[in-house]
Design a protein around this ligand. Structure first.
Ligand SMILES: Cc1cc2nc3c(=O)[nH]c(=O)nc-3n(C[C@H](O)[C@H](O)[C@H](O)COP(=O)(O)OP(=O)(O)OC[C@H]3O[C@@H](n4cnc5c(N)ncnc54)[C@H](O)[C@@H]3O)c2cc1C
Length: 455
């Protein structure tokens, strides 16, 4: 039986002690949840305001989705840009997209301020497409990006592919045709199923290690304004007109603002004493998806990369695509290798409470990934591959697949920076900066991340 063994948690400091909440606390800002969203929110609130911050985590820092992801830094949403335009209009969608892309600079800012030295690579990443419908979908997104004033993605299409004359003329300036060999080289595969490649900036970081390092920086930089309590679950939040009371079991935390960075809503009950009921059912994740990943080590002979492979030519089937990253990895202090990590297979669960990070890793998911690796990436069915890591994590999706960031319209004491939505590293960091703008009373423009008022 395979266990949930994540390469990201393996690199954390095993000997870092932790502090549970052991007295009642009064502070300016409390943050619930210490994944990438909670840690980044603490970072920007501490940096951009003079508020005192208390961060509360029910397990340990970064042991949620942040410690079980693919560690790929990407700026897209798990839905095409054109569909965001359909929902929000071009200007709002472009602004939301730009906010996420700007989070690259925020990530740099965090990395530089904390003087981090952990591996963080940035490069041109790629996605391999295997059918006309996928190509059209990406071209449509590209056209909308151009109209919204955003950088376009580079799209290469095989020069003699049979569907070339079916690509509408409106897209003709948005792609180039090249020999298929060039596309296969970019995608590092020999599989002739891939007929087009989309390229855009991507990166790699161990987001759990990043959180741990930022945490140590915050504890050193703001000893009087920042505290972290781990193994301190918050069960209930009572909202008053001007403050929140958090129930942490034997103790309470009282704060002027509370920010939920809990990924979803199912672990906390909210009571609003100021009047209107806050019905978090409205915000409930519509479904939980468990994502499965495997990883193996190989000599450090190739540069870091991130490549997605859309193996099913039909985008409407919702079949998983495979995503692969290669990066420098230290399994222990003396071994520097490349880590190849691959994800793709998913399973749906009705109720995210049914998921446990201690669940076993199903053999069929391991087999699915192994088949993909042999057929597409290694191009060698017989190669001896030792998957040292197999791990899974819960991805909750909000109703529209867009993160929720900002104050609760019914009581602004409560704020959110949450919603995993498959891709969350840059959106969490972007959300963190936005939260600090609200708290420092800057004028914050409307955005696609705002909390809907209709609940
Ligand atoms: C398999 C997989 C692959 C992924 N790949 C990528 C990728 O390549 N790139 C990318 O950008 N994103 C990826 N994601 C998504 C990304 O990991 C998440 O969006 C991101 O980590 C979410 O961060 P978070 O801080 O919002 O949530 P989390 O990391 O889940 O943190 C929430 C924290 O809140 C704590 N908490 C919850 N309730 C309470 C409570 N009541 N009291 C106290 N604490 C509480 C939890 O214990 C947890 O530590 C992936 C996710 C998965 C599962």
């Amino acid at each position: 039986m395979k266990k949930n063994f994540s390469p990201w948690l393996h690199q954390l400091k095993g000997d870092r002690g932790y502090q549970k909440i052991n007295q009642d606390v009064i502070t300016d800002v409390s943050i619930v949840g210490a994944g990438i969203a909670g840690i980044s929110t603490a970072f920007f609130v501490l940096k951009n305001t003079d508020k005192r911050v208390v961060l509360l985590e029910r397990f340990k820092v970064a042991h949620g989705a942040t410690g079980h992801n693919a560690g790929q830094i990407v700026s897209y949403f798990e839905r095409g840009f054109a569909s965001l335009v359909d929902e929000f209009g071009l200007d709002m969608a472009a602004k939301g997209q730009r906010d996420v892309e700007d989070a690259w600079h925020l990530l740099d800012e965090m990395y530089d301020d904390a003087k981090l030295t952990i591996p963080f690579s940035r490069f041109l990443g790629h996605a391999g497409l295997s059918g006309l419908d996928q190509v059209i979908l990406h071209l449509k997104n590209n056209l909308m990006r151009k109209e919204g004033g955003l950088n376009t993605e580079r799209i290469l299409v095989t020069e003699n592919v049979e569907f070339l004359d079916k690509i509408p003329d409106i897209y003709k300036d948005l792609y180039q045709t090249v020999p298929q060999e060039e596309i296969l080289n970019i995608l590092e595969t020999k599989s002739k199923d891939f007929v087009a490649a989309v390229s855009y900036q991507k990166g790699c970081v161990n987001s759990a290690l990043f959180c741990e390092e930022i945490l140590i920086y915050l504890q050193t930089k703001y000893p009087d304004r920042f505290s972290l309590f781990e193994h301190s679950p918050i069960h209930k939040i009572v909202l008053k007109k001007d403050r929140a009371i958090l129930d942490a079991g034997n103790h309470t935390v009282e704060s002027g603002r509370v920010i939920l960075c809990t990924n979803g809503f199912d672990s906390v009950t909210i009571f609003d004493e100021s009047g209107l009921d806050i019905d978090t059912k409205f915000h409930h994740m519509i479904h939980g998806t468990v994502g499965y990943m495997s990883g193996y080590l190989e000599p450090m002979s190739k540069p870091p990369t991130a490549i997605s492979y859309l193996t099913d030519p039909d985008p409407s089937t919702n079949d998983p695509y495979f995503y692969l990253t290669r990066r420098m990895y230290e399994y222990d202090k003396d071994t520097k290798t490349n880590l190849i990590s691959i994800g793709g297979p998913e399973s749906f669960i009705e109720d995210s409470k049914l998921y446990s990070k201690d669940d076993e890793y199903p053999e069929e998911m391991a087999d699915m990934i192994d088949r993909f690796v042999r057929d597409v990436y290694e191009n060698d069915p017989k190669k001896n591959i030792n998957y040292i890591f197999t791990w899974h994590g819960l991805m909750g999706y909000t109703k529209n697949g867009v993160r929720l960031v900002g104050p609760e319209p019914k009581n602004e004491v409560l704020m959110y920076n949450l919603g995993c939505n498959g891709i969350g590293i840059l959106p969490s960091i972007s959300g963190a900066q936005r939260i600090s703008d609200y708290i420092s009373l800057k004028k914050v423009e409307r955005s696609i991340f705002d909390i809907p008022t209709g609940n």
